[in-house]
Design a protein around this ligand. Structure first.
Ligand code: PMP
Length: 461
């Protein structure tokens, strides 16, 4: 394998980065002071930075590198497709082989009658498609006023105007004039943070019934759809009580509301089935996909749409599409990624082996004095940090202060974990071995010990 090693020194790279590169979700001036850590290569579950340090990437990049780094088959697929047909569109009565083959493959993998795919370049674009698609669906059925979409606080559905409006992140809405009209939010099924003394299952039902109450308030004739992630990811890996989804299903069916499952994280094996909807026995009308579709090797996403919605939309022209909808190189890479996931039985391995193994190992973190709960579903997991386990109390310091300290201690131990407020989360490549799961737990425990020490030193608890 050829390795590119002739990089300029790290300080020079950091200076260029600070001078010209605006990082997403980052206070850039602050980062410029510190200098970004520059990742130069990766293999399996491990990253290497420009100083040669090796880290375990327990986040699979941004929850996306499902088959792990370094799979040259995907590079070959991209190179082959680039030579053959690097680009063409599917707007004006043409198609191409990678897009049509990928759509057919996704129809085969997706549950029920989710048989049609509208492609995008990522999850945000796909959710923008969904907003327009569900509203246009009802309009074509003679109900143009059925256009409100109900989502949840603390949900993440993307960063464009439409998808960030669907999301329930107050910090995002505060910048740039969101949400756009006719998107409303109900509370999330986060028992740990918001359930008080209630029974978790009763809490799950109560949170689901907020959907019914919101539909009653607005009128079912005004509500187009409900959107949710099967397990909230960027919100902090919030696993809903088992009672939640059956009740949501009942409510959507009874009130004739379309159900959109945002599978951008849960899809492609993350929680032990091809799609999170299968893990929770949900039959959505539309699923949003991205990330694991190509394991992040190429930017591609889309909406997998059921027969009924596709038929109604397809009865006329849908004035919507992206230059890179179904990009042939990205589609060829995705097809190769799906082949590997399938042939190497990676999804099954998460279900039968590494998922249950992580459940056992992760649960042991709950014994740590800083950990209020340790939860997972398949290979996504979180811990809640607390100064008082019995009360599930938050810290006195502003939310995220302790989480950030813990993340920095993880980094110092060559473990990439992320913090969401004062929750710590992981979502490793699905090919992670049992030994590497053990190594993640070992490094995380060390980081938690160091965090506790820091909190005492700084009088933060
Ligand atoms: N939906 C969910 C559930 C996500 O987690 C994300 C990305 N983290 C998105 C949508 C947006 O995807 P993208 O960043 O590819 O636009």
């Amino acid at each position: 394998m050829s390795v590119i090693t002739n990089y300029p020194p790290t300080a020079e790279l950091q200076a260029l980065d600070a001078a010209h590169h605006m990082h997403p979700f980052t206070a850039n001036a602050e980062l410029a002071q510190k200098g970004a850590r520059i990742i130069v290569r990766a293999d399996g579950v491990r990253l290497t930075d420009s100083d040669g340090a090796e880290m375990i990437d327990a986040m699979a990049g941004l929850w996306c590198v499902n088959i792990g780094y370094g799979r040259h088959e995907l590079a070959e697929a991209a190179a082959r497709q680039m030579r053959e047909l690097p680009y063409y569109n599917t707007f004006f009565q043409t198609s191409h082989v990678p897009a049509l083959q990928l759509a057919a493959k996704l129809a085969e993998l997706a549950p029920g009658d989710l048989n049609h795919v509208f492609f995008a370049a990522g999850g945000s674009e796909a959710n923008d498609t969904n907003i327009r698609m569900v509203r246009h669906y009802w309009a074509r059925k003679g109900q143009p006023e059925k256009r409100v979409i109900i989502s949840r606080r603390n949900a993440y559905h993307g960063s464009s105007m439409g998808s960030a409006s669907l999301g329930g992140m107050a910090g995002m809405h505060a910048q740039g004039g969101m949400p756009i009209p006719d998107i409303v939010h109900i509370d999330q099924p986060n028992w740990y943070a918001e359930g008080g003394d209630s029974d978790p299952q009763e809490f799950g039902i109560a949170r689901a019934r907020q959907l019914e109450a919101k539909i009653a308030e607005l009128g079912a004739d005004k509500v187009a759809a409900f959107i949710a992630e099967p397990v909230q990811g960027a919100g902090g890996v919030i696993v809903p009580p088992e009672s939640y989804w059956p009740e949501i299903k009942r409510i959507c069916a009874e009130h004739d509301i379309l159900l959109i499952a945002d599978e951008v994280i849960c899809g492609f094996g993350r929680i032990g089935h091809w799609f999170g909807s299968q893990s929770y026995d949900i039959q959505p009308h539309i699923m949003t996909i991205a990330k694991g579709l190509s394991s992040g090797y190429a930017p591609i996403g889309g909406s997998i749409v059921c027969d009924e919605v596709a038929e109604v939309i397809g009865g006329g022209e849908f004035n919507h599409g992206y230059t890179y909808s179904g990009h042939p190189v990205a589609a060829a890479v995705a097809l190769e990624n799906l082949r590997i996931l399938e042939e190497e039985k990676i999804v099954q391995r998460v279900h039968d082996d590494t998922g249950p193994y992580l459940t056992e190992a992760w649960a042991r973190l709950a014994d740590h004095p800083l950990v209020g709960e340790a939860v997972n579903r398949g290979l996504m997991a979180s811990i809640a940090l607390t100064p008082d386990k019995a009360r599930r109390a938050p810290f006195a310091a502003p939310v995220g202060t302790v989480g950030l300290i813990a993340r920095e201690r993880c980094f110092a131990n060559n473990l990439v974990m992320r913090h969401v407020g004062d929750r710590m989360i992981i979502s490793p490549p699905l090919i992670i071995s049992r030994d590497d799961i053990d190594e993640v737990i070992l490094r995380a425990t060390r980081a938690l010990d160091e965090t506790l020490e820091t909190l005492h030193q700084r009088n933060l608890m």
